[in-house]
Ligand binder design. Structure first.
Ligand code: GUE
Length: 287
């Protein structure tokens, strides 16, 4: 193994300790930072993720409320709940866990969340703020990837070529924008790209965010490159694995993130960062 590991659990611990300090400072002022997590239906994976988020809040001294609803909940009922949380001063962040049941339009629900409380960074106002470099909440997964780059001394990416594989609204597109904001030269590859390896071989940084195993293999990576794996897949034995062929790529890359223990925990960490940020903004405005 030549690559060094970027340990998402270790970095999360550091960042969450900073969040805990900020939470304690706000609490001392009489403001308990609060996150509302809304879960509709009984998707087993969602149950686990949501529990992890609630636990992460408790560990960092944030208040959280978990609202669980039956899959039969109507769209109107969910929209009414979101509106109530928008107007609840004890709540600084609202997260509606995706995916939602098919009869609910997730786009409509996300747009109903007040941008001031959109700690997922999924609202159009948040995406737009990122696009034009204004203040808004950054999507947690790409934000976590940027934090990982910063942790290995890559905050300013001037002169670096970053290749993002995937163009989802939740990861690929905001990832490309954040890399651009950090002065990288950015290429976005996707299912319509003719020769993926041609692009990835030139990359100083590769971010794989496709949702398919072995999208990135050793011969596609420039020696010494930084490889960030956003994928969350199961292999044939049911084990969690990313989009990157970790065992092959780790022999070539300079840095690599593992799955599990990489981007996943950082996603939750940045949710906490956004929530504390939101609570601090709300408190500053109230003074
Ligand atoms: N509104 C909304 N916001 C989200 O941020 C959101 C969502 N909906 N729906 C589902 C996805 C998925 N997601 C994960 C976060 C952390 C881990 C994580 O911590 N994973 C651990 C392993 C967990 C395990 O062992 O299964 C790791 O990578 O080490 C995984 C997945 C957030 N999501």
């Amino acid at each position: 193994m030549t690559a060094q590991l970027i340990d998402g659990n270790a970095l999360s611990q550091q960042v969450r300790a900073e969040v805990a300090q900020r939470a304690a400072a706000l609490t001392a002022k009489g403001v308990k930072p609060g996150l509302a997590v809304v879960l509709v239906g009984d998707n087993p994976a969602s149950q686990v993720y949501v529990r992890n988020k609630v636990k992460a809040c408790a560990d960092a001294g944030l208040h959280s409320v978990l609202e669980k609803y039956d899959a039969s909940m109507s769209e109107a009922e969910l929209l009414a709940r979101v509106e109530a949380l928008n107007n609840d001063p004890s709540i600084h962040g609202i997260l509606v866990q995706l995916p939602l049941p098919k009869h609910i339009d997730d786009h409509k629900v996300i747009e109903a969340i007040s941008p001031e409380k959109d700690v997922d960074g999924f609202h159009i106002a948040s995406a737009g703020a990122l696009m034009v470099g204004e203040q808004g909440f950054k999507a947690c997964t790409p934000y976590g990837c940027m934090k990982m780059l910063e942790a290995i001394g890559m905050k300013d990416l001037r002169g670096k070529h970053a290749v993002v594989i995937g163009r989802s609204n939740i990861v690929g597109k905001p990832m490309a924008m954040m890399l651009l904001q950090a002065n990288a030269t950015v290429t976005v590859c996707h299912s319509g790209t003719a020769d993926l390896a041609f692009h990835t071989r030139q990359a100083d940084i590769v971010v794989a965010a496709v949702g398919k195993r072995n999208v990135l293999t050793a011969e596609m990576v420039k020696p010494g490159a930084v490889v960030i794996d956003v994928g969350m897949n199961r292999n044939d034995e049911g084990k969690l694995c990313g989009d990157v062929d970790f065992d092959g790529v780790k022999e070539v890359a300079g840095w690599i993130t593992p799955v599990p223990g990489g981007v996943g925990p950082m996603t939750i960490t940045m949710l906490l960062v956004n929530t504390i940020e939101s609570a601090e903004r709300a408190t500053a405005e109230a003074v």
